[in-house]
Design a binder for this molecule. Structure first.
Ligand code: PMP
Length: 433
């Protein structure tokens, strides 16, 4: 028995499925999850003494790589001053300034601890501000495990093939309209029927929880136009893409250049550099509906935690244009290498992209992947053997075909070469799956 097998057996006797977040259980790829004990640069190290080039990067936060000395020393200095005060601290404003400096459409920001809290608060705020009840979301988009946003959600629900979650009341589900992604006509039709009741449309800035899906030309801008016409808010969820695909997230690559902005953004992951930080932000007029100024309540014992803020400030301060250029270039090289390895083995696929984020969808070269139905009907069974071949060669991929691959500033030539060397055998495994 390996140490990971031993630890997994122990964990399963103590925690449901042995995990604290479902996709970690390797359910769709099979086998024993690796128990990780440390991470440095582009590598993670498991309890069995093996190391892997990491293409998960903590599901996004590790933009700079793991255990970056400057970030660690900022965190150590904060730890030495005490772990949590439950009062305002100087670094909260420092982090808010960094965010607002990068995303000028954000006029006010509220820090929370998880992406789920950010989206939950954003929809409550939208309802409070508009005095309306319905929320529109898109099938395959994941916004955390908020009751009303779990219908046809991606991420772990896609991995486990769940249409939604048990435990969500019919009344709650009835307040969410789920539409096909990339279909503005469906959005127009929903507003024609329910317009005066729709508080907000929430969308991932670029979906990355049903695999990556590129928003079609004009789709996000169309959402902006339609919501504005009907007095509803547009919430752009950048929990995953924010500060990862560029200094101002996916909006910085698109909306900012096109001259439009959503009413509210949600952020998470990179904003905390690996510590539990997330946030919502947007127009001051709306944000000031939050308590203590306004009637929409929201709070958190650990919100703006000083150690987490220190990690966020250090990470965003180091996330320069050069970091994004490096990740863009590595991502382009890697996605091409994956594609040619698969083609060499005759494995039909498409590479789905949004900025530096990408994922592979099997059996989709003809049609591509434009929405959740496309993502679900791919040859997903090819991913498990591909994943395990890569793992055996020392490369740690996301343990689900419905997740994006993440690179970091620490992925140097040595790390990339290990991935490139592993690809031919993995492509062969996918071909014979
Ligand atoms: N929104 C998006 C787009 C996400 O990708 C995620 C998490 N992967 C969330 C919200 C939820 O964030 P958290 O897991 O921190 O609750």
């Amino acid at each position: 028995m390996t140490t990971s097998e031993d630890l997994f057996a122990r964990a399963r006797s103590l925690m449901p499925g042995g995990v604290n977040s479902p996709v970690r259980a390797f359910g769709s790829v099979g086998g024993t999850p690796r128990f990780l004990v440390s991470a440095r640069g582009a590598y993670v190290h498991d309890a069995d003494g093996r190391d892997y080039v990491d293409l998960v990067c903590s599901w996004g936060p590790a933009l700079l790589g793991h255990a970056v000395p400057e970030v660690l020393s900022a965190v150590h200095a904060a730890v030495d001053r005490g772990l949590s005060f439950g009062a305002s601290t100087p670094d909260e404003a420092a982090l808010a300034e960094l965010v607002i400096g990068r995303v000028p459409a954000v006029e006010r920001l509220r820090m929370v601890s998880t992406g789920t809290e950010a989206t939950m608060t954003a929809i409550r705020l939208a309802r409070g501000f508009t005095h309306r009840d319905l929320i529109v979301k898109f099938a395959g988009c994941y916004h955390g495990h908020v009751d009303s946003l779990l219908a046809a959600a991606g991420s772990g629900l896609a991995t486990l093939a769940l249409p939604g979650s048990a435990g969500v009341t019919a009344a709650t589900a009835a307040e969410t309209l789920v539409l096909p992604y990339n279909d503005l006509a469906a959005v127009e039709a929903a507003f024609a029927e329910h317009g005066p009741r729709i508080a907000a449309v929430i969308t991932e800035s670029a979906p990355a929880n049903m695999g990556v899906v590129t928003p079609g030309e004009g789709f996000n801008e169309g959402l902006r136009r339609i919501t504005a016409e009907h007095g509803a808010l547009l919430i752009v969820d950048e929990v995953l893409t924010g500060f990862r695909v560029g200094p101002a997230g996916y909006w910085g690559l698109t909306g900012q250049r096109e001259g439009w902005a959503p009413d509210l953004f949600t952020f998470g992951k990179v904003i905390g550099g690996g510590m539990p930080v997330a946030a919502l932000g947007g127009r001051a007029e709306i944000m000031e509906y939050l308590a203590p100024l306004g009637p929409v309540y929201q709070a958190g014992t650990l919100s703006g935690n000083p150690v987490a803020m220190a990690a966020g400030v250090a990470t965003l301060s180091l996330a320069t244009d050069a970091v994004y250029a490096h990740i863009d270039a590595r991502s382009a090289e890697l996605s091409e290498a994956v594609s040619s390895a698969l083609s060499a083995e005759g494995v039909d696929h498409s590479i789905q992209r949004a900025g530096s984020l990408f994922s592979v969808a099997f059996g989709t070269s003809e049609r591509g992947v434009h929405n959740y139905a496309d993502a679900q009907t791919q040859e997903a069974y090819r991913y498990g053997p591909f994943f395990h071949s890569m793992l055996d060669s020392g490369v740690y991929l996301p343990p689900s075909v419905f997740e994006a691959w993440f690179l970091s500033a620490a992925h140097d030539d040595a790390a990339m070469n290990r991935i490139y060397d592993a690809l031919p055998a993995a492509a062969k495994a996918a071909a014979t799956a």
